[in-house]
Design a protein around this ligand. Structure first.
Ligand code: ADP
Ligand code: MG
Length: 909
């Protein structure tokens, strides 16, 4: 066959239209069918011939009356003979395209052809079928809910008119980035039912501009577009907020004939031009699209193409029904239509399923969720709440985990408690050991305390506070007994001293009558005292834990008696010394000296005294154990050692004959003075030890009281109140220090050392008791009979003040060496010391520790004194042991002595 080119069948690519919507994205060509109407009455009247033949459903052949000319054959998707009903045309392809809108794919059905070719006739039928099928589909698809809206417009002379609301006048086209071209203010009616839709479509039909033409009286001269918008979503499935939404355009175009063929007047010519312009643009767009050239497509050249842009090569399935007249008289125009149809077949569209999110549905969905959550919150035990369930499970797990951890902690606590208990028991045993003097310690003069013992003493102070339990009762009882042992030893030593004095007095028969009487009286007194020197038998106590008995023994007056005895001994020594000083001036003395050639006190005969006057407790001793009881077996004389600083005069007996009396006299005087000093020192040492014994007694009493207190009071309330208690006690102590003229070095040491640690409680209490006792003692002395103690009470206070003065002088000497020049000046300024003067150092020191009421003053005083004597809080030479319950010797003898010797002085020992 020769003639117009055929459309190759291979180019026809159709999506399977069996399921509305098909695949989600469908690329397919425009469906093009040709419908040939029957000859109308007019054509019959003219005896017009049928120029076209349909050999099959896809082919249309022009029957050329000239047999010499070849027949022209056209192929399309479908070709419908004049006898075919509109329903068949519709079902032959258009239906599937149209109904794809029900599944979210845009669709467009065109009717293209010359005037009176049957476009309106066909589209009317197609529209009716579409409406019918849509509602049929909705009826059958109950699971989805559909929303149909309808709008209709007419493009007449390139003017867009709303067919459902013609009163609004011409409508503008707007470009929307998402939706493309939209018609402004176009009414879109929601369709309530099939009938409602049909009625609305009917209205549109009535509104069409119908004009009369020579070809078709009822032929429309406008383009009509009925647009259905179909939205559908599943009814039941919760959470689905998306829905299909698509438009279906049913387009009935105006006639495609040439203007010249309309044979119309001016007005109609104008209409014809316009009609052709839209059609020409449509033709151009189709031709361009079909050529495959994707350059400029002139959609915007007409309103029709703008509105239908998606349908022409865009997101839409499109079917074009070309209507033709079979009459030979219209062959040329028919060929033009078929030419257009042929081009249209080449146009490819890319249709896709339009899924939309409905705001309304979304809102509804969210509201439902909120309502559900609210109900779950109101009933947290709701089993439907998986979220809460998981939370509960998690919480349960945590509780279990915590329970396990708690069990483990309890177990660890029990272990720790049992360990603590064991350790405590061990400590108690240790305390018992530490509190006790061992025979070894007693008899071994040791200058330094073994480290282990020091450590144990440090621990002891805590132990004393913390663990005075029944085990301590025994330890304390033992301690008391050791105390008694010491007391007994001191008593023995005092007796020895008394014996020596007795011997000396007996041998000393020099002097005048008055002296002889005095010595006789003294001797008598000594003998009386010796008679009463019955050392009590060792106390036998059955039950060591019976502290009451121990306390009673402690409260005995033995120490007081011992003190008195020593006082007396000292008095005798003084008397002896003074009598000697008198005697040495007499001729008898000189004669005796020549004859006897011995020292006045007969040191060679009194080896014990030699030792005793060198007793380690003597403040003048350069060696020894100050706080140790002297050895009981120290009877061996050390002849190489003499009490004289100037050497021994004993070895020079032979030479004595040749020396002059004056020299002898001086020698004896020196020796005698030295002996007097030494024996006095020895007795002073004894007294000091007795004082310490007294203090130890106080401490023991404190311990007993505390132990009793601990046993009666179970709660440790005192610990709770300790900070306040400490402050109060410290105030009292500071005041008592001041009142008793206590050594300011001792004050400083104590102040710096005890700063409120709960473990310090015992020391604070002991110090307070001691000072209270001292203060009372001094007060009693003030009221007591001077004869009782053999001296004026006022002199005790005076000597205390004197000792304090000496201490201040000692400290003043250290100002320049211990403080820098700048520091000194600052202190002078701060303490209001005159800027110029000789005694500035002394002035400064004299101001220290003078205001017991002023806390700051006390603190600063302590700091200055601490610097001057070279100790600080953590200094090695200041230790709590100094104030310990045990009177072991501290490492620093000076510090110790300064503390205790002064106290001894205050006690007038
Ligand atoms: P158009 O809209 O293309 O101008 P119409 O649809 O108005 O033409 O048709 C013109 C006339 O032809 C109408 O009277 C119509 O009834 C009639 N007609 C068109 N097509 C057919 C057909 N296939 N079968 C019977 N009558 C038809
Ligand atoms: Mg028409």
């Amino acid at each position: 066959m020769i003639g117009l080119p055929r459309t190759p069948s291979s180019k026809i690519n159709r999506a399977n239209p069996s399921t509305p919507g098909g695949s989600r994205v469908t690329e397919e060509n425009i469906l093009v069918t040709v419908r040939m109407r029957p000859l109308n009455s007019r054509e019959h009247a003219k005896y017009d011939l049928i120029a076209w033949d349909c050999p099959d459903d896809h082919t249309l052949v022009f029957k050329n009356p000239n047999p010499e000319r070849a027949a022209t054959k056209y192929s399309f998707d479908k070709v419908y003979e004049p006898t075919c009903a509109t329903r068949e045309v519709y079902e032959g392809g258009s239906r599937d395209v149209a109904l794809s809108a029900l599944a979210g794919t845009n669709a467009t059905i065109f009717a293209y052809g010359q005037t009176s070719s049957g476009k309106t006739f066909t589209m009317r039928g197609v529209t009716n079928s579409v409406v019918k099928d849509i509602y049929e589909h909705i009826r059958k698809t109950q699971e989805r809910s559909f929303v149909l809206k309808v709008s209709a417009l007419e493009i007449y002379n390139e003017t867009v008119v709303d067919l459902l609301n013609r009163d609004t006048g011409p409508l503008r086209l707007l470009d929307d980035s998402e939706k493309g071209t939209i018609v402004e203010n176009l009414v879109e009616e929601v369709v309530e039912s099939r009938q409602h839709l049909q009625r609305l479509i009917g209205i549109c039909e009535g509104q069409r501009q119908v004009g009369e033409t020579t070809l078709n009286d009822k032929s429309s001269r406008s383009h009509q577009i009925i647009r259905l918008t179909i939205q559908s979503s599943l009814r039941e499935i919760a959470g689905r907020v998306q829905s299909f939404m698509a438009t279906l355009n049913l387009v009935d175009l105006a006639g495609s004939e040439r203007v010249s063929q309309t044979n119309a007047d001016g007005l109609r010519l104008k209409e014809g031009n316009h009609i052709n312009q839209s059609l020409l643009t449509l033709t151009t767009v189709i031709r361009k699209l079909s050529s495959g050239k994707k350059d400029h497509i002139p959609y915007r050249n007409s309103k029709l193409t703008r509105i239908l842009q998606n349908s022409l090569g865009g997101n839409s399935r499109t079917a074009i029904i070309c209507t033709i007249s079979p009459a030979l008289s219209h062959v040329a125009q028919t060929k033009k239509t078929l030419s257009f149809a042929t081009s249209a077949k080449e146009v490819t569209n890319c249709a896709k399923v339009n899924m939309v999110v409905s705001e309304k549905l979304l809102l509804k969905h969210l509201q439902q969720k909120v309502a559900k959550l609210e109900s779950e919150l109101r009933s947290p035990e709701s089993s439907s709440s998986t979220c809460l369930k998981s939370l509960l499970v998690e919480r349960e797990k945590k509780i279990q985990q915590m329970e396990t951890e708690m069990k483990e902690l309890k177990r660890q606590r029990d272990i720790a408690q049992s360990q603590l208990e064991q350790e405590r028991k061990g400590k108690e045993q240790k305390v018992a050991r530490c509190l006790s003097y061992t025979a070894q310690e007693e008899s071994t003069p040791s200058k330094s305390v073994p480290r282990s013992r020091r450590t144990s003493r440090v621990k002891r102070k805590d132990n004393v506070r913390q663990s005075l339990t029944s085990a301590d009762r025994t330890a304390l009882a033992q301690e008391i007994r050791l105390f008694e042992k010491n007391q007994k030893k001191l008593g023995e030593e005092a007796n020895q001293a008394l014996d020596l004095i007795h011997k000396e007095v007996t041998s000393h028969k020099l002097g005048d009558q008055q002296s002889a009487e005095k010595f006789a009286k003294m001797l008598s007194e000594i003998r009386d005292m010796q008679k009463s020197n019955l050392i009590p038998e060792e106390t036998v106590v059955g039950d060591e834990s019976n502290l009451k008995e121990e306390i009673n023994r402690l409260n005995s007056e033995e120490i007081a008696a011992l003190e008195k005895k020593l006082e007396t001994v000292q008095k005798f020594i003084d008397m002896l010394a003074s009598s000697y000083q008198t005697d040495e001036e007499t001729p008898e003395f000189r004669t005796q000296m020549k004859k006897k050639r011995v020292l006045p006190f007969g040191l060679s005969n009194s080896p014990n005294l030699q030792h005793m006057i060198r007793a380690p407790c003597s403040p003048l001793s350069s060696s020894g154990t100050e706080n140790k009881a002297p050895e009981s077996n120290v009877v061996s004389a050390r002849d190489s050692r003499t009490p004289s600083k100037e050497g021994t005069p004993v070895s020079s007996s032979r030479q004595a004959n040749s020396v002059d009396v004056k020299r002898m006299k001086r020698m004896f005087t020196n020796a005698a003075e030295e002996n007097i000093r030494n024996i006095k020192d020895y007795v002073t040492g004894l007294k000091e030890r007795v004082a310490k014994l007294q203090y130890q007694k106080q401490l023991l009493l404190c311990q007993v009281i505390e132990l009793e207190g601990n046993e009666t009071a179970e709660s440790d309330e005192s610990q709770m109140e300790w900070p306040l208690c400490f402050e109060e006690q410290r105030k009292q102590i500071i005041m008592l220090w001041h009142l008793c003229h206590i050594s300011i070095i001792h004050r400083t040491q104590f102040y710096m050392l005890f700063k409120g640690d709960p473990a310090d409680q015992i020391y604070m209490e002991v110090e307070l008791r001691r000072l209270t006792w001292l203060e009372q003692h001094l007060a009693e002395l003030g009221n007591a009979s001077p004869a009782l103690l053999g001296d004026e009470p006022a002199s005790y206070v005076a000597s205390s003040i004197r000792a304090l003065k000496q201490e201040r002088e000692y400290l003043a000497k250290r100002v320049n060496t211990k403080l820098g020049a700048e520091e000194r000046e600052m202190l002078y300024l701060k303490w209001d010391v005159a800027p110029v003067g000789k005694q500035r150092r002394q002035q400064l020191i004299n101001k220290l520790w003078t205001d017991p009421h002023n806390t700051e003053h006390v603190k600063e005083s302590a700091e200055i004194v601490a610097k001057l004597v070279g100790f600080c809080d953590s200094g090695e030479n200041i230790r709590k042991e100094m104030f310990e319950l045990n009177f072991a010797s501290p490492a620093d003898k000076k510090t110790w002595m300064m503390g205790w010797n002064f106290i001894s002085n205050f006690l007038h020992l």
